[in-house]
Design a protein around this ligand. Structure first.
Ligand SMILES: Nc1ncnc2c1ncn2[C@@H]1O[C@H](COP(=O)(O)OP(=O)(O)OP(=O)(O)O)[C@@H](O)[C@H]1O
Ligand SMILES: O=P(O)(O)OC[C@@]1(O)O[C@H](CO)[C@@H](O)[C@@H]1O
Length: 317
């Protein structure tokens, strides 16, 4: 069983425009709205593959009802914690060459009782062997230690704890030793506090996180693919995309692909990385933060290498 937790969900509005021009009136040629927030996207990607996960999220007001409706349409079972604030609207401006500009609102503040209701909702769903993925930013009112505090609590219940976040929440959770973290390059740089310019640098940084008590690091590297490091495991893989349309949510699709595989085949790290890469690549070929289904994922086969060239420069730099 997989549970996703999204403390700061969003309505993701994507606008297609010919070209972003500062200070101009830009006419959009099209647009879409998706239920968003990182954990919500993981659940949507799993649902697109017929894999049930429960999305735990705080929602309030008319925008909250709209988001719940979108989740329902996507076939995602949700455990909604009703709160006073309305979810934020995050805007993506997408240009034809695949460049996206994203503007994220801060999201509504949560009260102490809303935060503890959210924790109780997750705890109430967990049983031994459950995977819990805590994903995304924390809104005001939620302490930076939120994910870190959840790790021992969920572990005591026999759950595997996965965290994908950034900033102070990431720094705090690194000390709590979750089972898996999924940093992108920027977050990995932030985690180890030094620049990373080669695949070898990424592997060293991931190993440093393992020494701090994290079991597995899945580092996503945009067009450069991903590196997976765990005890006795160091894998690098890619899935080629000729023309990315929108990379928004690609990291969430990657995590969904990893969880889909590892939750049923716990020792198959190579298979999990390959599945993750195919999900991530497929997501970049879709508009907005649309999550890929099986046919789309099958169109992006991945290659996983047990040997990597440590001197290979990262193209993200
Ligand atoms: N331009 C690209 N070409 C091929 N694959 C890509 C590209 N961008 C992203 N991907 C795939 O998607 C995965 C996740 O991308 P990235 O590292 O940008 O995640 P992220 O920053 O967490 O994304 P987000 O926060 O938008 O979900 C990569 O590991 C890769 O597999
Ligand atoms: O502001 P956060 O919580 O860090 O990220 C939120 C967000 O940008 O992440 C998803 C893409 O990964 C989007 O659905 C959503 O808008």
């Amino acid at each position: 069983m997989i549970i996703t937790l999204t403390p700061n969900p969003s309505l993701d509005k994507t606008l297609q425009i010919p070209r972003l021009e500062r200070g101009a009136v830009v006419r959009a040629s099209g647009g879409r709205v998706d239920a968003g927030g990182k954990g919500v996207n993981v659940s949507r990607a799993l649902a697109a593959h017929g894999l049930a996960s429960t999305a735990v999220l705080p929602l309030g007001g008319a925008a909250g009802a709209r988001l719940a409706e979108l989740l329902d349409l996507a076939g995602v079972p949700a455990r909604v914690v009703t709160v006073a604030g309305e979810p934020r609207v995050n805007v993506t401006v997408a240009e034809p060459d695949g460049v996206t500009t994203k503007i994220n609102e801060p999201g509504p503040a949560l009260s102490l009782s809303e935060v503890s209701e959210m924790v109780d909702a997750v705890v109430g769903l967990v049983s031994p062997g459950t995977w819990v993925a805590g994903c995304g930013s924390l809104p005001s009112g939620v302490p930076d230690s939120f994910y870190a505090d959840l790790v021992p609590r969920l572990r005591d219940l026999g759950a595997h704890v996965v965290v994908d976040t950034s900033g102070p929440a990431l720094r705090a959770v690194l000390a709590a030793g979750p089972d898996l973290v999924k940093p992108n390059l920027e977050e990995l740089v932030e985690a180890v506090g030094r620049p990373l310019s080669t695949l070898g640098d990424v592997v060293s940084a991931a190993r440093e996180l393992l020494e701090r008590g994290i079991s597995t690091v899945l580092a996503s590297l945009g067009a450069d693919g991903a590196v997976l490091v765990s005890s006795g495991v160091c894998l690098y893989g890619t899935a080629r995309v000729s023309r990315p349309l929108s990379t928004v949510g690609a990291g969430d699709a990657l995590l969904a692909g990893y969880l889909a595989h590892i939750s049923s085949a716990p020792a198959d790290f190579g298979g999990a990385l390959a599945n993750a890469l195919s999900f991530g690549a497929a997501a970049t070929s879709l508009p907005g933060s649309r999550m890929p289904g099986p046919d789309e994922v099958a169109a992006f086969p991945a290659t996983v290498h047990e040997r990597l060239d440590p001197s290979q420069k990262l193209s993200l730099l």
